[in-house]
Design a protein around this ligand. Structure first.
Ligand code: GLC
Length: 554
């Protein structure tokens, strides 16, 4: 049964085809290149791949402006190559999720072109129009500083159209039943080609009411149930992983009280508070975020991430907390974006400090949910702040010390490969790290292997075990007579903590270290005294020397 809900105990690896591996030497990554690297991805131990948009697109928002939902952009290959790729994944036991960007299309999409040219076109009502500029047109932009308005006048239609994001991304009128039917058709198409589900882009905007007269958009949650039902009629184990940066009080509306809507959502609440904890050493707000996002239906799951392809959005922190994170991880204006976030990759934010990197990823692997790792993070890739907006953290994968990091044989890669400085491909690349048993890459493989052996984290309930130290977070997971305890020190100094008897269970037990021989026996009163080094972390199985999960209980 537990294996049917594969996403509950998965490890997801996300990548964009265009910057992963170029096989045909034209400077752009492609499906053929990705196919050649599948053994690498499988070797990491991840269980699913999430592909960022690869459909036909003018590429003005890195593919999040789709011009044909049923095709592969010719730069990346053909539909045939895509099917070879999903087949290759299937052979290796890897699931595939793809981005589903249906809040908006590209303005080049034939639907929009038809809609703007002819008011009587059936596609006219696929978009959201207004004869006059709505009063609140300049409010609610998603990319402040770059995007000026949410309504732009189209000279051909001679009307204003609504766009939550950039002006070249007109919003679809998702309340229109024809649009809804088309969204289902798109899902059905890719399911047929072998995907196991979708990372649904901008979910709150997809389900929001839209229109010139809408002052406070309302969520049409039932749409989520409709998407979900369709998905499962077609493919029982397919899922939707929603991008929904929402307040905890609406989490259950997105999951559905009986788990009948989204199977997964990214936990933005935990993400932001986690960075605050890393910046301040204070785990209090993170603990609150974990507790607030704890309620979820048994079949649902959080997606946990550190950095993704967008900016690190800190918009839900208080101004003071946000400033603390800026000061610690992105003090320079050039590192910040959209007045709310940091656009750097994780490794430079943590100054390449191996102790801090390990602590951060150890945390991501052991917080309640399914970890989502971004390509290049496994080797601690850096960013290129000379590139605009979010592109700085979307540079090509660094495979080796060959020109352009072995990403392409062309002279000009699609995005420049990081060449100079400590994060240049000569210092940071897969080939070198593979040969070094102590590398971050090999550490990552080991930690992923162990994480997969801990379904308690994926399925169990957690309790926060008091440590007496605000900079040390201890979480205990209990599930079917198995327990795991994970401890993380967010502080820059070593710290001795004392855990209550039985690590919170009130009995005398041995804590078996899962990552080293350094086990922790109880004292006479059943308590555990643990000395953590700066940014130290521990993974323990609670009780017994049998560190392997008691499978008979599962
Ligand atoms: C989501 C994506 C982002 C994109 C936007 C518009 O937020 O993560 O990359 O720009 O949607 O599609």
């Amino acid at each position: 049964m537990i294996d049917d809900l594969w996403y509950k105990n998965a490890v997801i690896y996300c990548l964009s085809v265009g910057t992963f591996m170029d096989a045909n030497g034209d400077g752009v990554g492609d499906f053929k290149g990705l196919l050649r690297r599948l053994d690498y991805i499988q070797g990491l131990g991840v269980t699913a791949i999430w592909l960022m948009p690869f459909q036909t697109s003018p590429g003005r928002d890195d593919g999040y402006d789709v011009a044909d939902y049923y095709g592969v952009d010719p730069r990346y290959g053909t539909l045939g190559d895509f099917v070879e790729f999903t087949h290759g994944c299937k052979q290796r036991g890897l699931r595939v999720l793809i981005d589903l960007v249906v809040n908006h299309t590209s303005d080049q999409h034939p639907w929009f072109q038809a809609a703007r040219k002819d008011p009587k076109s059936p596609f006219r009502d696929w978009y959201v129009w207004s004869k006059t500029k709505p009063a609140d047109a300049d409010a609610g932009v998603v990319f402040p500083g770059v995007q000026k308005s949410t309504w732009t006048r189209d000279p051909v239609a001679k009307e204003y159209y609504f766009h939550r994001f950039y002006e070249f991304q007109p919003d679809l009128n998702t309340a229109n039943p024809h649009v809804q039917a088309e969204i289902l058709k798109i899902m059905g198409f890719w399911l047929q080609l072998g995907v196991s589900g979708f990372r649904m882009d901008a979910v709150p905007f997809v389900i929001a009411t839209k229109g010139a007269d809408v002052t406070t958009p309302a969520e049409q949650y039932d749409m989520l149930r409709m998407f979900r039902e369709f998905l499962q009629w077609r493919t029982g184990d397919a899922i939707i992983l929603g991008e929904a940066n929402v307040l905890p009080k609406t989490d259950m509306d997105y999951f559905g009280v009986a788990g009948e809507r989204l199977q997964m959502m990214f936990n933005f609440q935990v993400n932001q508070n986690l960075f605050y904890a890393m910046a301040s050493g204070d785990t209090g707000p993170l603990t609150k975020a974990l507790e607030k996002t704890e309620p979820r239906p048994a079949t649902s799951q959080w997606g946990l991430f550190l950095r993704n392809h967008d900016e690190l959005d800190l918009g839900r922190l208080t101004p003071k907390q946000r400033q603390t994170v800026f000061d610690a991880f992105g003090p320079d204006k050039s590192m910040q974006l959209y007045d709310r976030g940091i656009r750097r990759r994780l490794a430079p934010m943590l100054q390449g400090d191996r102790r801090r990197l390990e602590m951060a990823y150890s945390l991501m692997m052991t917080l309640p949910g399914t970890p989502v790792l971004r390509y290049g993070d496994e080797i601690a890739m850096g960013d290129d702040l000379s590139l605009p907006e979010r592109t700085c953290a979307r540079t090509p994968m660094q495979w080796s010390t060959e020109p352009h990091g072995g990403f392409t044989a062309a002279d000009t890669p699609v995005t420049p490969v990081i060449t100079d400085g400590a994060y240049g491909y000569k210092h940071v690349n897969v080939a070198d790290q593979r040969r070094d048993p102590q590398s971050l890459l090999n550490w990552m493989e080991r930690i992923i292997r162990m994480r997969k052996e801990l379904p308690e984290i994926a399925w169990g309930d957690f309790t926060v075990v008091p440590t007496g130290a605000p900079e040390v977070l201890a979480l205990r997971y209990d599930w079917r007579n198995n327990s795991v305890l994970v401890v993380h020190n967010f502080g820059a100094t070593s710290r001795e903590i004392q855990l209550p008897s039985g690590a919170g269970a009130g009995e005398s037990v041995l804590l078996v270290n899962l990552l080293s021989q350094d086990h922790s026996p109880p004292d006479a009163k059943g308590r555990h005294c643990i000395l953590l080094e700066p940014y130290g972390y521990r993974w323990f199985r609670v009780g017994g020397l049998d560190y392997i999960l008691r499978r008979s209980d599962v």
